[in-house]
Design a protein around this ligand. Structure first.
Ligand code: SF4
Length: 498
């Protein structure tokens, strides 16, 4: 019997980033994958928590759910149990098991909920994600569930998703044609004799288990894909032209580069003179190792080099919170005063939704104190993340004293400033890359956004208070070093304004 295809397979293609090569690697070189069991375990537990909470709500409303019982892996037995529950018009079936007529496709939706008005079941699946538009794998997985259900029950069920914030939303999954194309592509990728060519990318490869096998060698080989401003379509085009190393791109004529057409979505698009100029200057700095000033950096309004006080602002998010969807669990500020050393002020949110609310208002209290002591000082952050989440928290809990409004007016994005004014000899303009360029050294060997989410999860689940405190100290050290790194980068940036 051919192996069963279940919708969860699509996650390999799209998570944590879209990459066909990962499908091939997982099927053919799984031993090269880094150990991500802690992260998988976190996702499983959080998803389970959300699922059980919804099960309790459904059972309170509709009575006990039917649960197919079958020996592990014997899906045909689970399928028979599910059909029996369907035949009995069970109001809710938890973890139904469905196999299509060909026995090739397996669907295990979290819930089938009977609609008494139509006498038909609705697929209801629980996801930690909040914004479903960003998740093609969910569209495909639920499209597969719908197609299998249709094959078994002879009608096409409606589909709903319970999102990470607990909302129940009607959902339009992938249609049959799109689904079959995706399944065929997936199978072709898995069984291909060789790994497909796939350009590396900083944000694409950074969270991937194969980073050490793809990104690190690409940097060592000076692959064109590691050049900022060179998009993935252009990498493919350059490769077709035999240009794989950025030294070759250095020799390439800028006008010819501007005239190249490369894949852009479903179309072809010329690189154009603006991007070509940026790429050439970027390659120049990578080859020479020197920073190039495109335009004098514009510091925060009212700030000249050396103006103090300033505040460095950095938050840590838990993007898999089973109650809120996304939770800011740490609001970090580093005050660089006119005199004396910089001083961190870190606000940690407590557990659950109540702790989330308390974290937000503690942060506003802190911001109010800083404004009352230093008037309108800038809050310097790195990337649009902080701006987005201050805005989201105003929507979530409000801003009764107008402090968040003042915070928003004083936010200043250093990442945008660096990107718009400098070319730097690094494969990314992200903080970790720029801080290492300017020589900042961290005390922790392991760090990063994913690490901090896993560590925060360890903190929440620590067995003893002393363990929790030790883990919290690790998180605080990480955030403080993010803040200090940002301050060092800011001082470095100021030097280009002198
Ligand atoms: S490291 Fe990058 S190129 Fe390699 S499999 Fe992962 S996402 Fe794809």
């Amino acid at each position: 019997m051919p192996s069963l295809f279940s919708g969860s397979a699509f996650y390999d293609l799209y998570q944590p980033s879209q990459c066909p090569k990962r499908v091939w690697m997982l099927a053919n070189q799984p031993d090269l994958a880094a150990d991500d069991s802690a992260f998988r375990d976190l996702l499983f537990r959080r998803g389970r928590e959300l699922e059980l909470r919804h099960l309790a709500e459904l059972e309170a409303e509709l009575g006990p759910a039917a649960r197919p019982v079958y020996p592990m892996g014997y899906f045909a037995a689970g399928h028979r149990e599910t059909l029996s529950a369907v035949g009995n018009n069970a109001p809710v079936i938890y973890q139904a098991v469905l196999l299509d007529d060909t026995n090739r496709f397996l669907a295990i939706p979290d819930f089938l909920v009977l609609n008494p008005a139509t006498g038909r079941y609705v697929i209801r699946d629980v996801k930690l994600a909040v914004n479903l538009d960003d998740h093609p794998e969910i569209r495909l997985q639920l499209g597969l569930y719908q197609a299998v259900m249709e094959a078994v029950l002879r009608y096409s069920p409606e589909v709903e998703v319970v999102t990470g914030d607990g909302a129940v939303t009607p959902f339009a999954p992938a249609g049959r044609e799109e689904l079959l194309a995706a399944v065929n592509r997936f199978n072709e990728l898995r069984t291909a004799a060789e790994s497909p060519y796939e350009p590396v990318g900083w944000s694409k490869c950074n969270p991937c288990v194969f980073r050490a096998s793809c990104w690190d060698p690409a940097v060592a080989q000076r692959d064109v894909a590691t050049v900022p401003h060179v998009d993935q379509g252009l990498c493919r085009k350059l490769r077709d032209l035999g240009i794989c190393e950025f030294g070759q791109l250095h020799e390439f004529n800028e006008d010819d580069l501007a005239g190249l057409s490369r894949p852009w979505g479903r179309k072809q698009q010329r690189v154009g003179p603006v991007r070509a100029g940026k790429i050439k200057r970027q390659v120049d700095v990578l080859v020479t190792g020197n920073v190039m000033v495109e335009s004098r950096p514009a510091l925060p309004p009212g700030c000249a080099p050396g103006t103090r006080p300033v505040v460095i602002f950095d938050i840590e998010n838990d993007v898999f919170d089973p109650e809120l969807g996304v939770k800011v669990y740490l609001w970090g500020c580093l005050l660089a005063p006119p005199d004396g050393p910089p001083k961190p002020h870190l606000v940690v949110a407590g557990p659950g939704a109540e702790g989330d609310r308390q974290g937000w208002f503690d942060f506003l209290d802190l911001a109010e104190r800083l404004f009352s002591e230093y008037a309108d000082l800038p809050l310097i952050h790195y990337s649009a993340h902080e701006k987005t989440w201050v805005k989201n928290y105003v929507e979530r809990y409000g801003d009764p004293r107008g402090v968040a409004d003042r915070v928003q007016k004083n936010l200043w994005d250093m990442y945008a400033c660096i990107q718009n004014s400098l070319f730097i000899p690094a494969p990314s303009y992200g903080l970790k890359s720029v801080e290492s360029l300017v020589g900042f050294k961290r005390s922790q060997e392991e760090f990063g956004g994913l690490w901090s989410i896993i560590t925060y999860d360890r903190y929440l689940n620590a067995a003893a208070e002393s363990d929790a405190q030790a883990i919290l100290d690790e998180i605080l050290t990480y955030n403080t070093e993010d803040l200090l790194a940002s301050l060092v980068v800011y001082e470095w940036l100021e030097a280009f304004c002198r």
